[in-house]
Design a protein around this ligand. Structure first.
Ligand code: NAD
Length: 519
């Protein structure tokens, strides 16, 4: 295949023995409304996590291709910013209908590159689709402020105006939702957008570009470049790019935040997480156990809002055997197989990292109550499967507590009081999500009041806010000030122009004064 003959990063020996699926093709760039082959000599393989077959190869876009993307975005901006918001909304209305039409196709692509189950992949698309739908009400959301008569014959208005060319850098775990957190809000506000999908899961973005094209979006309003570090550095350094939206790991997020800000850009950086669920003994036992298992092991624990720690308070410590037996029932298999609960993790390296961390956690004193490390999936012997794994006897110094495992591993901590649980959570570096399970309103209220996290659930395990709100991680989970989507998302993608006007009948030139006008 042409992919095989290309020079790639990584081990050339491995490349030769790798199995290529019949449908393997190269992923294209999307520049100025055209899908085009990259001229690069550097390609990255994308694997199906269930088989480790290569499903496509992604180019590391060349400097001149990335320059062309920026040039196209700059040119498109000149017209796009002057289109009416109603026209821009129309494109988004059409996009939302097309995403609904093709949701199964998008989900199938996500499952083949990311590994999650088809049902979960549809959820990935749906949560992004909701942002598209929300952006269709931009005409109201972009209203500015007005105040007449701020002085005699003087009025003041402020406008929310676009920034120019914006960029989005995406993670692997939500191949549709995260790009859809970014470009719809950016473009409906009048910006243009350059998306760099994850090099591990580029396919959903490309399908979305086909749909955007079909929706009649003018060339250059959204461009897609591919790559890894060079593409990221290019985005951080390009003086024509005014804002960067990032979602991914701490290492990349902190780096991009610092480099982007140093270059005078706006940056919103959503990073890692360690999400705790607190279970009070008065919680509804069956529902809580179901919810925790779903949130810990669903998507193989690779959601930024996955619950990776359960803190059982008081008598709820007796629920551990029920949690284990529920987790045992979850079916580990390829995401495309019916009835699968837990698919593979993204790469064999990610699997190895999870196994190593569990190993060192056990060495540090954790007890492995349910061990998914040796799970066998007969039909998919080469997949990166890890079965649900439960660790107890764990404290906050254990590696499995300290690190974000991003796999189907649940650590269980037991404490005597809710105050202790709150203290553990508030002492953690991250502030992405958390949840409390209780039937007592006073306890729930105290928890909500005292907890320091961005997204808080009360009897809701994965409280990802709907797009009329914003996704509000705090502390180590977020750098920046304006969050993704909702009002904050539109504020991120707009700047304010404030106009003070005086219209006086028969206005004549008055004597100028050197002192500060105070109206
Ligand atoms: P990642 O940081 O490895 O990759 C994200 C993007 O950054 C990719 O496009 C990649 O090309 C680029 N990148 C990776 N390493 C880089 C580096 N050293 N320098 C510059 N760029 C780099 O993240 P991932 O593994 O794809 O995603 C998983 C992470 O994302 C987890 O930590 C998860 O918690 C986090 N996440 C957070 C949220 C949130 O909203 N807080 C949502 C989804 C995922």
């Amino acid at each position: 295949s042409n992919a095989l003959s290309s020079v790639r990063t990584g081990s050339s020996v491995l490349n030769l023995v790798r199995s290529y699926s019949k449908s393997a093709s190269t992923t294209k760039l999307f520049i100025d409304g055209k899908f085009q082959d990259s001229q690069t000599t550097q390609w990255i393989d994308v694997y199906d996590p269930a088989t480790n077959n290569v499903v496509t190869t992604v180019p590391q876009a060349t400097k001149s291709e990335m320059d062309a993307a920026v040039e196209s975005s700059k040119n498109a901006y000149e017209n796009w910013k002057n289109t009416t918001v109603l026209t821009r909304q129309q494109v988004l209305f059409k996009l939302q209908a097309l995403i609904r039409r093709d949701i199964k196709k998008l989900a199938a692509n996500i499952t083949s590159e990311q590994g999650k189950t088809l049902a979960d992949a549809e959820g990935d698309v749906m949560r992004g689709l909701q942002v598209v739908e929300h952006s269709c009400s931009a005409a109201s959301l972009l209203l500015g402020e007005t105040l007449p008569n701020i002085a005699k014959d003087m009025d003041c208005v402020s406008y929310k105006l676009p920034l120019g060319v914006t960029a989005g850098i995406c993670p692997f775990n939500f191949p549709a939702m995260i790009p859809l957190w970014m470009f719809p809000m950016a473009i409906v506000a009048g910006n243009t957008s350059i998306i760099k999908p994850s090099e591990k899961t580029p396919g959903a973005t490309m399908l979305l570009m086909e749909l955007l094209h079909e929706a009649g979006c003018p060339p250059g309003v959204v461009n897609v470049i591919h790559g890894s570090h060079d593409a990221v550095n290019f985005i951080c350094d390009s003086s024509d790019i005014k804002a960067i939206s990032f979602v991914g790991s701490d290492t990349a997020g902190q780096y991009i935040y610092k480099r982007g800000c140093a270059n005078g850009k706006r940056v919103q950086s959503n990073m890692g997480a360690k999400n705790h669920a607190v279970v009070l003994p008065d919680a509804n036992r069956e529902t809580t156990i179901d919810q925790i298992c779903g949130a810990a092991f669903g998507a193989a624990g690779q959601r930024c809002m996955a619950i990776s720690v359960a803190i059982l308070v008081g008598e709820s410590r007796n629920w551990i055997p029920d949690i284990i037996s529920k987790a045992k029932k979850l079916k580990v298999n390829a995401g495309c197989e019916p009835g699968t609960d837990v698919g593979p993790v993204i790469t064999s390296a990610a699997k190895q990292r999870i196994l190593n961390l569990v190993e060192s956690g056990i060495k540090q004193g954790a007890k492995c109550e349910l061990d998914g490390r040796g799970v066998v999936v007969e039909k998919y012997p080469n997949g990166n499967f890890v079965g649900p794994t439960i660790l107890t006897n764990i404290d906050t110094t254990n590696d499995c507590y300290k690190e974000e495992l991003f796999g189907p591993v649940l650590s269980i901590i037991t404490v005597d009081t809710m105050e202790e649980a709150i203290n553990i959570i508030n002492s953690n570096n991250y502030g992405n999500g958390t949840a409390v399970f209780t039937t007592n309103g006073c306890h729930a209220r105290q928890f909500v009041n005292e907890i320091d996290a961005g997204n808080v659930g009360v009897n809701v395990p994965i409280p990802v806010p709907l797009p009329m709100f914003s996704f509000t991680g705090t502390r180590g989970s977020f750098w920046g000030d304006l969050h993704f989507y909702g009002k904050q998302g539109l504020n991120f993608y707009t700047q304010t122009k404030t106009v003070t006007s005086m219209w006086r009948k028969g206005q004549s030139v008055t004597n100028g004064s050197a002192s500060m006008p105070v109206h």
